[in-house]
Design a protein around this ligand. Structure first.
Ligand SMILES: Cc1cc2nc3c(=O)[nH]c(=O)nc-3n(C[C@H](O)[C@H](O)[C@H](O)COP(=O)(O)OP(=O)(O)OC[C@H]3O[C@@H](n4cnc5c(N)ncnc54)[C@H](O)[C@@H]3O)c2cc1C
Length: 452
């Protein structure tokens, strides 16, 4: 039977935001030059699609590498480890279509989830929320579709946790929901607005968990796009510091006094990076307090690389209520000498995980594995790799939180401001915190620009 975790679901319907365009002077689009800020998936896809439509593009990326929050590590024996975005769901239709178009092969990356809570391990078929809880979820999934604007606004005033409590979910159901959904949102569910969570649930299917990854690593998606765009149109090590939008030109000032000009600008930078730029009046002042209130999810991943094979059930992961939220065999379905166990934590656990030193981390991991009596067997790892996105200078977190501010943030980014447009996962109302959200945001912004 498919359980709570496996019923992970995604928003299907677009949330309607106001689409205002600041007065846009007439411009002949032929051979127009678009500056794209950010070399993550949304920046690169935006540039690629615009180039296909005949625009000249210039991508500016602050780091010395592309991909942003898609970060693949390959071991000497070619084991592929995803330290950033890992899963591409069956519902991620734009991502799957893009991978097909670019000829990127996909691998099955689905797991069945065991649950380790209160010192007891339950196999995938042995746990779920109660029948009563399932019935309640189904009822409000249906009811939400006909909810009025006022009802939706009211849902945006309370947290997902408070809302579930008000519906009298049992304590056990609440415990399970909060554990499972924390991994989805990258934060505790009292930080998520009930409206946002309902959007996700109400438009979802009860589909089996059906996840993939790109066989040679998710990074091959941005890499392939970059090859098509051409190195001459991508500049690395260009940290954007300031923008001016005057005299029919957008001017971008980067570190080391580099200056770039274009007819349009698409900014695909995460919000913390947007806030670090000097906009020199190019954006309305009243949007900044809203952006400053936006929060980012916290996710830590620690990959432990083993030289020998590890005994395990390949397709099983363990969701726990311990210091590590999720343990899984990251190299399942990979025919490589190195095998990798991943420890992933989110929200408060992620912040605590980052405070432990290496030997404390390994002791915790070993203890949890022993306690779960799982088939994962700890040996001394040959290498440990850690990614902590809260400390990444350029994103300051894993992805945008769908909190009480999210709707307003979404409205801000649905607009263009003179010749300035926005893309990036945080700008998309559907599946914002995914590669899919980032990809859809690029498709949308390209459509906006080409319709001018
Ligand atoms: C740990 C983790 C796990 C995840 N798991 C999944 C998952 O399983 N499935 C899924 O679909 N998604 C997942 N995501 C989310 C996914 O990675 C992101 O939603 C997506 O990659 C965001 O793409 P983007 O282009 O919008 O932003 P980014 O990838 O952040 O790209 C923005 C780029 O802008 C650059 N930049 C920032 N500031 C400046 C500046 N001043 N000047 C120039 N360049 C700048 C950055 O360096 C970066 O390259 C995960 C994310 C993390 C961190």
């Amino acid at each position: 039977m498919e359980n709570l975790w496996d019923r992970r679901v995604f928003v299907k319907q677009m949330f309607t935001g106001s689409m205002g365009l600041w007065a846009l002077p007439y411009l002949s689009l032929k051979k127009s030059k678009v500056i794209v800020l950010g070399g993550g998936i949304s920046g690169l896809l935006t540039a690629y699609l615009l180039q296909e439509k005949g625009f000249e593009v210039q991508v500016l990326e602050a780091k010395n590498k592309l991909g942003g929050r898609i970060l693949t590590h390959k071991t000497e024996s070619s084991a592929v480890i995803e330290l950033g975005a890992e899963w591409i769901g069956r519902e991620h239709t734009s991502t799957l279509a893009l991978c097909r178009k670019l000829g990127l092969e996909m691998s099955d990356h689905a797991f069945k989830t065991s649950l380790f809570t209160k010192n007891t391990l339950q196999k995938p078929s042995e746990w779920d929320i109660s029948q009563e809880g399932i019935a309640k979820i189904q009822t409000f999934q249906n009811d939400f579709l006909s909810a009025t604007r006022e009802q939706r606004q009211a849902l945006n005033q309370i947290s997902w946790m408070e809302y579930l409590e008000s519906l009298r979910f049992s304590v056990d159901d609440l415990y399970l929901l909060s554990l499972a959904e924390k991994m989805e949102y990258g934060t505790e569910i009292y930080n998520i607005s009930a409206l946002q969570a309902m959007q996700v649930m109400a438009n979802s299917q009860n589909s089996a968990h059906d996840d993939f990854r790109i066989t040679k690593g998710n990074i091959t998606l941005p890499e392939t796009l970059a090859n098509k765009i051409g190195n001459e149109n991508i500049k690395l090590n260009q940290k954007v510091l300031g923008i001016e939008n005057k005299n029919k030109q957008v001017t971008v000032r980067c570190a080391k006094n580099q200056v770039f000009t274009g007819d349009f600008l698409v900014c695909s930078l995460p919000i913390p990076a947007i806030l670090n730029i000097k906009w020199n009046g190019a954006l309305p002042k009243n949007i900044f307090p809203i952006l400053e209130n936006s929060k980012y999810a916290s996710i830590s991943k620690s990959a432990y690389i083993f030289d020998n094979s590890i005994k395990r059930n390949d397709d099983q992961q363990v969701l726990t209520d311990c210091e590590i939220d999720l343990i899984y065999h990251a190299t399942q379905n990979q025919d490589t000498k190195n095998k990798v166990l991943m420890a992933s934590s989110s929200g408060r656990n992620s912040k605590l995980w980052d405070l432990y030193n290496e030997s404390q981390k390994q002791e915790i991991f070993k203890r949890i594995l022993q306690n779960t009596k799982s088939n994962f067997i700890w040996q001394n790892p040959s290498q440990a790799l850690h990614s902590n996105w809260n400390q990444d200078e350029f994103s300051k977190g894993a992805f945008i939180c769908q909190d009480f501010n999210f709707q307003k943030v979404n409205e801000i980014f649905s607009c263009s401001y003179n010749k300035i447009f926005f893309a990036g996962e945080h700008t998309n109302s559907i599946m914002p915190n995914t590669i899919e959200g980032a990809i859809r945001s690029s498709e949308k912004v390209v459509e906006m620009i080409t319709k001018l």
